[in-house]
Design a protein around this ligand. Structure first.
Ligand SMILES: C=C(O[C@@H]1C=C(C(=O)O)C=C[C@H]1O)C(=O)O
Length: 265
């Protein structure tokens, strides 16, 4: 455990050991990344991006020290510290985590579970069990699986690949909205987690940097191109994704992790 990681600049002005950080490679993380990249705290970080399931794998394997991870992986970590008041969450419809299909959910016989996801895979299972009360066969997904959605086969899709998909399928179930209808709560998909306790002053600088990112959303939107003519970045960043890890999301996390742990046990 006593692996010394210094947060102090070394004699030549660089940081001796940087925290290895991995964040989600989707659009919804850009405001948080923008803050980190504008801040001096980035000098203390070795930053990389990956799909959510890979962020989870790296934190569990010890290849990363800090990650924006799907919250469903938290029970697998020997030590987990949520180090930020910012997250990838939603209070109602999230827009980019949906089950798609040609038929209503109760007519679906099979559902593909997106291999990019850890949290929404479990959320789909929870909602089928508790909310829709409908049994299906779960199909593992791999690259290209979206083309296999059709007939009575539905599919969970998360992140940027969902953009435009609502025009391709007749039935779209937004899991942020369905969770809210089921529990009355907002939801947290991913949180900033470290696998060991970090110095308080680092955590403060880290959160200040994330805050800066949120404060500069209009500037960031000048740098990003819109992924689809019908997709509003402003709408997505301000009405769908809810970045505050507030009391409601903490309550949601507790409830959701109880389900995840129950399913594992
Ligand atoms: C809202 C989203 O939440 C994502 C969903 C995740 C999951 O299902 O494991 C993980 C990270 C989040 O980025 C999204 O990416 O669309």
């Amino acid at each position: 455990m006593e692996k010394a990681i210094s947060d102090q600049p070394s004699a030549i002005g660089t940081v001796a050991h940087r925290h290895r950080l991995v964040a989600v490679s989707y659009l919804n993380t850009k405001p948080l990344l923008y803050g980190l990249l504008r801040s001096e705290v980035q000098e203390e970080l070795e930053m990389d991006l990956a799909i959510p399931s890979e962020c989870a794998r790296r934190l569990v394997s010890g290849e990363a020290d800090i990650a924006l991870v799907p919250v469903a992986v938290i029970p697998e970590l020997p030590e987990a510290h949520i180090i930020s008041d910012y997250c990838i969450g939603a209070d109602g419809s999230v827009a980019t985590v949906c089950v798609y299909g040609d038929v209503p959910i109760h007519e679906m016989t099979d559902i593909y579970l997106d291999h990019h996801s850890r949290t929404s895979v479990m959320l789909t299972k929870l909602l089928l069990q508790e909310h829709w009360k409908h049994e299906v066969t779960f199909l593992p997904a791999e690259e290209g699986y979206i083309d296999g959605i059709g007939g009575t086969v539905g599919g969970l899709v998360i992140g940027d690949r969902t953009i435009g998909l609502d025009q391709r399928f007749d039935y779209v179930y937004d899991l942020g909205a369905e969770w809210k209808a089921h529990t009355g709560l907002p939801f947290v998909f991913a949180a900033w987690v470290s696998t060991r306790s970090l110095p308080e002053d680092f955590i403060q600088r880290f959160n200040q940097a994330l805050r800066e990112g949120m404060d500069h959303l209009p500037e960031l939107q000048l740098l990003l191109s819109s992924p689809h003519p019908d997709f509003s970045l402003t709408e997505y960043f301000t009405h769908h994704i809810d970045y505050d890890f507030d009391e409601g999301k903490r309550a949601a996390l507790k409830r959701f992790l109880a389900f995840v742990e129950g399913a594992a046990g």
